[in-house]
Design a protein around this ligand. Structure first.
Ligand code: 9WO
Length: 247
């Protein structure tokens, strides 16, 4: 996968996108990341990327010309055609499902905003507008990195245990079950006996049950789309009615 990022702060991506799994994916050639300074696409001597808003109002607005030049130039870099994604609080909510869909793309161009926002006309370039949550940040760079992280870990060969991405939070539409490792007892808190039993069927049942209870307690909205058996639906209903505790 080739990911291009257009930003006025390219330095923001250097360290985070070189560390850990994303860095490893780049070293392995699974991900190619190209970061572009929007100022390289300005033509005035001040290299300005923003201007005052028509109609007045606070702050500055991102000018359309540099953004159009940048997206077109980066698109022309190839190979192939990239999906153009703008990061904005007003975008579609980014979910694990969206991460899986984006992981199938050959190329993605992320456009990061600053100031008070984009000139509305630049959205003519957008295939997708994504929000990582209902809050306003100082820029689109952190959301872009969140999306790149979530997508990259789904690329074949990145995590090394493909099954782990299928078994984790949100992948089956549920929150993740509790995880434990050594020691078996720590400060008088012991690992559930079933996890030490070696009985894989019992362990799988325990984990599914825990995921259902956790989801019912914390994110019942996720259950609207979950594929539950009658018995699992009864368990969830008990939790939602408050007649079932966490364990
Ligand atoms: C700011 C804004 C505020 C209220 C409603 C819609 C809005 N859109 C934007 C916007 O696009 N702002 C630009 C990008 C410029 C200012 C910093 N930007 C930004 C993106 N702040 N927060 C985000 C963001 C992106 C994705 N998910 C959550 C927040």
């Amino acid at each position: 996968m080739i990911v291009d990022v257009i930003t006025i702060f390219p330095e923001m991506l250097e360290e985070p996108m070189s560390a850990s799994m994303v860095g490893l994916a780049r070293e392995r050639g699974i991900l190619e990341l190209r970061v572009h300074d929007l100022r390289e696409f300005t033509e005035d001597r001040h290299r300005s990327t923003d201007d005052y808003p028509y109609g007045g109002g606070p702050g500055m607005v991102m000018r359309p010309e540099p953004l159009f030049r940048a997206v077109r130039a980066v698109q022309d870099l190839g190979p192939g055609t990239a999906l153009v994604v703008f990061l904005t609080p007003g975008g579609d909510r980014f979910t694990q499902q969206a991460a899986h869909e984006l992981s199938a793309a050959e190329r993605i161009i992320f456009v990061c905003g600053r100031y008070e926002g984009f000139d509305e006309r630049v959205f003519e370039l957008a295939d997708l507008r994504l929000s990582i949550g209902d809050y306003v940040l100082t820029g689109g760079e952190l959301p872009a990195m969140v999306v790149i992280d979530a997508v990259t870990r789904l690329l074949p060969g990145v995590l090394g245990h493909e099954e782990s991405t299928a078994d984790e939070s949100f992948s089956e539409g549920l929150l993740e079950y509790p995880q434990y490792t050594r020691p078996a007892t720590f400060e008088n808190m012991s690992v559930p006996e079933v996890l030490l039993s070696g009985n894989h069927a019992r362990i799988a049942e325990y984990r599914r049950r825990q995921a259902l209870v956790r989801t019912a307690l914390t994110r019942p909205d996720l259950l609207d789309h979950a594929d539950l058996s009658d018995e699992e639906r009864a368990l969830v209903d008990d939790v939602l009615e408050g007649s079932h505790d966490r364990d």
